[in-house]
Design a protein around this ligand. Structure first.
Ligand code: LHQ
Length: 262
C-alpha cells in the first residue's frame, strides 16, 4: 500500500499495520494518505468482515510526525485545521462509520493522534508494556483526532481532562481499570489474541454486527425513545438477512451457525 502502511487481507480479516518502526510509526502525509486508502478499501471489499489496526516494533504510533510539522514552511508553520480536516478527521470518521468491527491491537506506545486512532476503534486489546500518552499538551496542542470526544465518554470528564491537560500517561493496567481497553495481554500474545478475536468476528453475522455498531455509535448522542425507534428500524433490516435465517435454522437444528455475512 505504501512503504509505511501495510495492508493484508486473510480469511475475512483486513490487517492495517503502521510500519515505520524507527520513528515509532509517527504519521507522515504519505502514511495518512495510505491509511485513508486502506480504510476505504476495507470498507468497499465485501470479503473483509473485520479490521485490525496495529503497529510494527515497540509502538502502535507516536502520533503526528513532529519533524514533518516543523518543516512545513519557512516560518516553521502548519495549517493545522486543513491538515486535520483532510487527514486524521477522515480516518477517524472512516473507522467509526465502517459497518464492520475495527480492533486496535495496541502493541506499544500510542501517543497523540496515535492514541486517538486507537480510541476511535470499536475494541482495544493492549500489550502489557504498552502506554497511552495524551502527548498533545507536551507540544502545546489540544487533543485532536477525536480524543476530546472519546476520552470523556470513556472515562468521565474529570479524569479525561486531567489526563489531557497534563499530557499524562496511562499504563495498560490503568487503561483496563479505566475501561479504555477491553483486554490486556502479554506483548508476545497480542497479535494472536487480536487475530483470534478478529477471526471470530469475521465469521459472525457481519450485517447485524455492522448495524449494531451503527446503532450503538448513534445511541451515544441520542434520547432513549429515539434509540428504541432506531433499533426497531435496524431490526427490520437484520431480520431480512440470510444470516438471521441461518442463525434461527442452526438453533432449531441444534448445530453451529454458518454465517455468510449478509
Ligand atoms: C518521532 C515521534 C514523533 C517524529 C518518536 N514524530 N519522530 C499534531 C500536529 C498536527 C496535526 C495533527 O495532529 C497532531 C496531533 C499529534 O499527534 S501531537 C502529538 C505528537 N506526538 C508526540 O508528541 C509524541 C512524541 N514522542 C515522544 O514523546 C516519545 O518518542 C515517546 C514517549 C512516544 C517514546 O519515547 P522513547 O521510547 O524514549 O523513544 P524516542 O523518543 O527515543 O523515539 C524513538 C525515535 O522515534 C526517535 O528518533 P531518532 O531518530 O532520534 O531515534 C524519535 O525522534 C522518533 N519519534 N515520536 N511524533
Amino acid at each position: 500500500m505504501s512503504d509505511s502502511i501495510r495492508y493484508a487481507v486473510d480469511e475475512g480479516v483486513a490487517t492495517i499495520t503502521f510500519d515505520r518502526p524507527d520513528k515509532l510509526n509517527a504519521f507522515t502525509d504519505p502514511m495518512l494518505s495510505a491509511l485513508g486508502k486502506a480504510l476505504r478499501e476495507a470498507a468497499r471489499d465485501d470479503a473483509v468482515r473485520c479490521l485490525v489496526l496495529t503497529g510494527t516494533g515497540r509502538a502502535f504510533s507516536a502520533g503526528q510526525d513532529l519533524a514533518d510539522v516543523s518543516g512545513r514552511d519557512a516560518s516553521g508553520g502548519m495549517r493545522f485545521r486543513e491538515h486535520l480536516e483532510t487527514t486524521y478527521n477522515r480516518a477517524i470518521a472512516a473507522i467509526v462509520e465502517i459497518e464492520k468491527p475495527v480492533i486496535a491491537a495496541i502493541n506499544g506506545v500510542a501517543a497523540g493522534a496515535g492514541a486517538s486512532i486507537a480510541l476511535a476503534c470499536d475494541i482495544r486489546l493492549m500489550a502489557e508494556e504498552a502506554r497511552l500518552i495524551m502527548a498533545f499538551a507536551g507540544v502545546g496542542l489540544v487533543p485532536d483526532s477525536g480524543s476530546t470526544w472519546f476520552l470523556p465518554r470513556m472515562m468521565g470528564y474529570e479524569r479525561a481532562f486531567e489526563l489531557a491537560a497534563t499530557g499524562g500517561r496511562v499504563t495498560a493496567a490503568e487503561a483496563l481499570e479505566l475501561g479504555l481497553v477491553s483486554r490486556v495481554v502479554p506483548g508476545d500474545a497480542l497479535a494472536g489474541a487480536a487475530q483470534e478475536l478478529a477471526a471470530r468476528l469475521a465469521t459472525g453475522p457481519t450485517k447485524a454486527i455492522g448495524l449494531t455498531k451503527r446503532a450503538m455509535r448513534r445511541a451515544l448522542t441520542c434520547r432513549l425513545d429515539d434509540a428504541l425507534a432506531y433499533e426497531a428500524q435496524l431490526q427490520e433490516i437484520a431480520g431480512g438477512t440470510a444470516d438471521h435465517r441461518e442463525g434461527v435454522a442452526a438453533f432449531l437444528e441444534k448445530r453451529p451457525a454458518r454465517f455468510a455475512g449478509r
